[in-house]
Ligand binder design. Structure first.
Ligand code: ADP
Ligand code: MG
Length: 279
């Protein structure tokens, strides 16, 4: 999936090597099916078939496709899993049609989480804590975790960048961030975000980062991309209509007057915000 996977442990966690092997096995299985870089992946074959018929894809990954197509319907194609060709021309992917890059990592985190629940490693009663992290898509498989919302205006360097705010994740909760600062290309000296407006195919401007808290990592991942495209105003209306209560925040791409725009449900979750919180 072209990203970094990490597991964090605290306290009594059982055999950490076994946990690592179990999660790595899940990621390998999901990657073989959903990779946009491997031309033999099931996703690549589905893309070449140019069909909407999900009976072509295997049962275990079908929910990922269904969620992507549902978000597209609900958002009027602001979220659009069929941007593959445009993204390929920009160098962000190799698939030519359907692209699940905005949601596949969250899906993989949930698959790892389900595996750890099934094998008894998650939700441990003995105080052990376990955090799953796939490229910034986090889910607590056990215990509480302090996570940082990256400050998009902090210079990237060797040391950990300062955080715009802290969010404490509880057992089972997931958080995801879509940002314009990690993956982009320069075109005519202008930074082109890897998130496009699915209605126009144009790179989204004006937003530096979006963070979403949800019950599953797939929803947090899919919604963070959707809300990045919609922006705070339309995004809040979208959430109220389709996902009421879901906590989200936007950091507008305005380094001279930085602020955090947060939904009512996100405001009490933000610890030590370094920018004013608005709504
Ligand atoms: P990241 O992959 O950096 O964590 P996202 O989860 O927001 O960030 O996903 C961005 C990826 O989603 C892009 O690299 C591209 O493959 C895909 N994508 C870009 N724009 C859209 C869109 N409007 N709808 C659905 N997928 C998109
Ligand atoms: Mg996403």
């Amino acid at each position: 999936m072209g990203t970094v996977a990490a597991l964090s442990f605290r306290g009594e966690t059982g055999d950490r090597y076994e946990v690592r092997e179990a999660v790595a096995g899940v990621y390998d299985r999901v990657n073989a099916k959903l990779s946009a870089w491997d031309e033999d992946s099931e996703l690549s074959r589905f893309a070449r078939a140019k069909t909407n018929d999900l009976s072509f894809v295997s049962d275990d990954v079908r929910p990922c496709y269904e969620c992507a197509f549902r978000l597209a319907r609900e958002s009027g194609n602001a979220f659009n899993p069929r941007l593959g060709a445009t993204l390929r021309d920009l160098g962000f992917t190799r698939v030519s049609d359907v692209d699940l890059g905005a949601i596949a990592k969250g899906f993989a985190v949930d698959a790892a989480y389900d595996e750890l629940v099934a094998t008894g490693y998650a939700r441990r009663p003995d105080g052990g804590a376990l955090l799953i992290d796939l490229g910034g898509n986090l889910r607590s498989a056990a215990g509480e975790w302090r996570t940082g919302v990256r400050n998009p205006f902090a210079a990237t360097g060797e040391s950990a960048p300062p955080h715009a705010a802290i969010i404490v994740l509880t057992n089972g909760e997931a958080v995801a961030t879509s940002g314009n600062y990690e993956r982009f290309v320069e075109k005519d000296g202008i930074r082109v975000s890897h998130i496009l407006d699915g209605r126009t195919g144009q790179p989204v401007q004006g937003i530096a980062g979006v963070t979403v808290l949800a019950e599953s990592a797939m929803m947090a991942d899919g919604l963070s991309t959707t809300l990045f495209v919609l922006g705070p105003k339309a995004g809040m209306e979208f959430l109220a209509k389709h996902y009421p209560g879901t906590a989200a925040l936007w950091i507008p791409d305005n380094p001279d007057d930085p602020c955090i725009i947060a939904t009512p449900s996100m405001r009490p979750r933000l610890l030590s915000p370094i920018f004013p919180v608005r709504h």
